[in-house]
Design a protein around this ligand. Structure first.
Ligand code: AKG
Ligand code: FE2
Length: 261
């Protein structure tokens, strides 16, 4: 069993401290990033969409998982560009960055606990000063503690060597991210992490947002870029930010005659 550790949460107004936390641990907890009103609106949007569009709640074989809520529930844009998050990403990314993927999940309870499914979503980008190709933020839309499922990560120094999973866990220990609805954790999607499923009848709801560098490969082929953001938006920076197309967007938008491919 690897040791459970705590990482001190830096003051969310202190960008220097947040940046340092990411450099030291490849992750940083950001409390209360979404207001209670936004959390309520997002939960209502989820309830509405699960009812109206159940067929949208399957992605890559996973149930209760929707990567395209941006199409019909624009409130989720607030999870992508909170000013405090953008300011931090600006420091970490070392150049322009853009939106890649939005995933929203409703996870029901389990009759028995399931150990963490340790994995890396993607590889490191070794040429980057923080080895950071795809930063991800996971927000909770429900309160999470030791009586619910939780996100777990094995922190590591951003500039450190890549270790095999068991050594990585040995070196970094395990941080279980517990927090109230509206809190988030920003991390390198290459750092070893997973979901820890507990024996519980409580639901856990999460939002996952991935960001990337404009000139690198898309992180995935699951989120369709809505034309209202990359084509019709009045602000050229927003159009640029949402204008990196994965294959899924190219096939669908191209096939509909909305995008030249
Ligand atoms: O649900 C979580 O806490 C983690 C999910 C995850 O790691 C993933 O979807 O790749
Ligand atoms: Fe993951």
């Amino acid at each position: 069993m690897h040791r459970r550790i705590q990482v001190k949460t830096p003051d969310p107004q202190d960008l220097d401290a947040q940046e340092q936390c990411f450099r030291d641990h490849s992750c940083v907890v950001i409390p209360d990033l979404l207001s209670p009103d936004l959390v309520r609106e997002m939960n209502e949007a989820m309830d509405r969409d699960i009812q109206a569009n159940p067929f949208m709640w399957w992605t890559t074989g996973s149930r209760n998982y929707n990567c395209n809520l941006l199409l019909n529930e624009p409130v989720f844009e607030h999870a992508i560009r909170p000013p405090r998050l953008l300011a931090l990403l600006e420091r970490l990314m070392d150049g322009p960055f853009c939106f890649e993927e939005l995933a929203v999940r409703h996870r029901t309870g389990e009759t028995t606990a399931v150990p963490t499914d340790w994995h890396r979503d993607r590889n490191y980008w070794d040429e980057h000063p923080l080895r950071l190709d795809y930063p991800q933020i996971i927000y909770y839309l429900t309160d999470v503690d030791e009586t619910t499922h939780c996100f777990s990560i094995s922190p590591e120094p951003a500039a450190g060597p890549t270790l095999p999973p068991q050594e990585h866990l040995e070196r970094g220990g395990i941080l279980d991210f517990h927090g109230t609805a509206g809190s988030g954790i920003l991390f390198n999607a290459a750092t070893l992490h997973g979901v820890t499923l507990r024996e519980t009848n409580k639901v856990r709801r999460t939002i996952q947002v991935y960001f990337g560098h404009p000139d690198r490969a898309p992180v995935s082929d699951v989120t369709l870029m809505p034309p209202r953001l990359w084509r019709d938006h009045h602000d050229p920076e927003i159009r640029r930010f949402y204008g990196k197309f994965n294959r899924y967007s190219r096939v669908v938008l191209g096939g509909l005659g909305i995008l030249d491919t």
